[in-house]
Write a protein that binds this ligand. Structure first.
Ligand SMILES: [Zn+2]
Length: 309
């Protein structure tokens, strides 16, 4: 049956997706609901309501109880920022968020989910089953899109990563293979998984910031590898520009994985600056040699002024 599987915190995968899409969390002791990720204060998760604050959060998968500890009815919020909100946008979001949280108090009850009333007549097994069938179908249909101008080794790597078939530490542990510790091979701070390595890791986010700035696109925030692969979908650029940026993103992922292996197996430490420089030069070489319109000089490539756009 395809309707099985668990998230890393043990919650059933598809059931959680269904509830996140059509349910609302009712907070009790705050130990089950994810503060930023689950819809619990409103129908929209806080990560979408307050994206600037979410960007500053150190532990993006924290529970409600991590942020609102039970302090005898006090509403003190226990934030864990990378740095304290400072920009106008961040401060504005913080004020609004405090306003929303001011009425929240935890109880001894276990957190629970309710089916949203506005979705028709409330919960029905038939609706849930139809949704699950549709969702599983769309998950299985998310086929990796090959990029023609980059080498096969990068495409094959990315295809395997998109299926969670690369030997990350969580995948090895899942298969009962011994690893010294399960922490990320690059930052050493968080459990290593495909989603962490290519989205949550500070190396990856540094890479995405640098690449966005190089390609003159808005900074993007990704929370999983599938987010990374789909990030260009909604951007208003020509198909050619998207094709080039897609290739660059795949090369960046491949280079992150290579840096992770170099550090684990050879002890060589890399930096975001070096990785980005590598991505730029490798992408230049491959674009120039393999793309049918790859006639470009290094200076234009560095400024992302491309002849094919
Ligand atoms: Zn990491």
């Amino acid at each position: 049956m395809p309707f099985t599987g668990q998230l890393e915190d043990g919650r059933p995968f598809i059931a959680t997706l269904a509830l996140q899409a059509h349910g609302t969390g009712v907070v009790g002791d705050g130990k089950q609901l994810k503060f930023w990720i689950d819809p619990w204060l409103s129908t929209e998760p806080l990560k979408y309501k307050f994206p600037s604050l979410f960007c500053l959060e150190q532990d993006k998968r924290c529970n409600v109880a991590d942020r609102i500890p039970d302090c005898n009815g006090s509403h003190a919020v226990c934030w864990n920022w990378k740095h304290y909100p400072a920009t106008e946008m961040e401060i504005e979001e913080l004020i609004q968020c405090h306003r929303l949280l001011s009425n929240v108090s935890l109880s001894k009850q276990v957190d629970r989910w309710v089916w949203r009333q506005e979705d028709g007549d409330g919960y029905s097994v038939k609706d849930a089953r139809n949704w699950i069938k549709g969702e599983v179908l769309s998950v299985n249909n998310s086929v990796y899109q090959w990029c023609k101008w980059i080498p096969n080794k990068c495409n094959i790597f990315m295809w395997r990563a998109s299926l969670n078939r690369i030997p990350t530490k969580d995948a090895l542990l899942h298969r009962n293979i011994y690893v010294e510790n399960g922490l990320c091979g690059l930052c050493g701070e968080v459990e290593e998984s495909v989603d962490h390595l290519f989205s949550g890791c500070r190396f990856a986010s540094g890479m995405w910031d640098a690449i966005a700035s190089w390609c003159n696109i808005p900074r993007f925030y990704v929370f999983s590898l599938s987010d990374v692969l789909l990030v260009l979908n909604d951007l208003p650029y020509t198909a050619k520009k998207k094709d080039i940026m897609y290739g660059i993103i795949i090369i960046a992922c491949w280079r992150i994985w290579k840096a992770r292996n170099d550090k684990i197996f050879n002890g060589s430490v890399s930096s975001v600056t070096l990785l980005v420089a590598d991505v730029k030069s490798l992408a230049f070489l491959w674009f120039k040699c393999r793309h049918k319109e790859g006639c470009i000089d290094w200076r234009n490539w560095c400024n992302f002024v491309l002849p094919v756009m």
